[in-house]
Design a protein around this ligand. Structure first.
Ligand code: 3PG
Length: 210
């Protein structure tokens, strides 16, 4: 089964910036998601980098109907299954493995896998994946690298993440092969810890208007 592009496209084209979220405390998940929705960023990626991640996804899926909650940092099939079970509407991984392809095959929930090199992109295409994350974007060659990919891999659309910020987002978004960018700058750890939801809504608004 190929990538569920129909399910992924609204996520990737509905907003220019997808917040990448690391949560240490699941109690912060709902107010944070509400703050991002209020700022115009309903699709949010909660990364499986903390013990609070799956519970955070569950709560947002159950309590913030206007949010489109996704799971990030999915490294294997077990991660994929537990993220879907928690209510994730989309799944993001830094790379693509045969195990992940198999896990995604059984689900309607779309997978946005990462690819950087030409061989990785070609393997993704062979597996039926045309919509890819590009991570770590700045460190891997930035917008100039992706611009070069456009002529060779015209059918591939990217979401760059990693070192993307309000300062360089437009370098990526102006490329024909970039649909959206991802980044943690709209939900900084210190503002989450302080419960500065209004401040986060303001950051989200600024990101939504890029
Ligand atoms: C990701 O998982 O996409 C990145 O960690 C986000 O990178 P950033 O923190 O540099 O925005």
């Amino acid at each position: 089964m190929a990538q569920n592009v129909d399910a992924l496209t609204p996520v990737m084209t509905g907003q220019k910036v997808i917040p990448v979220i690391v949560l240490d405390n699941a109690d912060d998940a709902v107010p944070l998601a509400r703050a991002l929705v209020a700022g115009g960023l309903p699709a949010v990626e909660i990364t499986l980098r903390t013990a609070a991640a799956l519970e955070s996804i569950k709560r947002v899926a159950a309590e913030v109907p206007d949010a489109i909650v996704g799971a990030g940092t999915i490294l294997n099939g077990a991660n994929f299954d537990e993220a879907v079970a928690a209510g994730s509407k989309f799944i993001v991984s830094p790379g693509l493995t045969p195990e992940l392809v198999s896990a995604a095959d059984g689900h309607d929930v779309p997978l946005l896998p990462g690819s950087v090199t030409s061989s990785e992109i070609m393997k993704a295409l062979e597996a039926g994946y045309t919509h890819l994350k590009f991570f770590p974007a700045e460190q891997a060659g930035g917008a100039a690298y992706l611009k070069s990919c456009a002529s060779v891999f015209g059918q591939v659309k990217f979401c760059p993440t990693g070192g993307v910020s309000v300062k360089n987002a437009n370098d990526y978004l102006s490329l024909p092969n970039v649909l959206c960018v991802g980044g943690s700058w709209v939900a900084p750890k210190d503002m989450v810890a302080a419960g500065d939801w209004d401040g986060i809504t303001a950051l989200a608004k600024a990101a939504a208007e890029i």
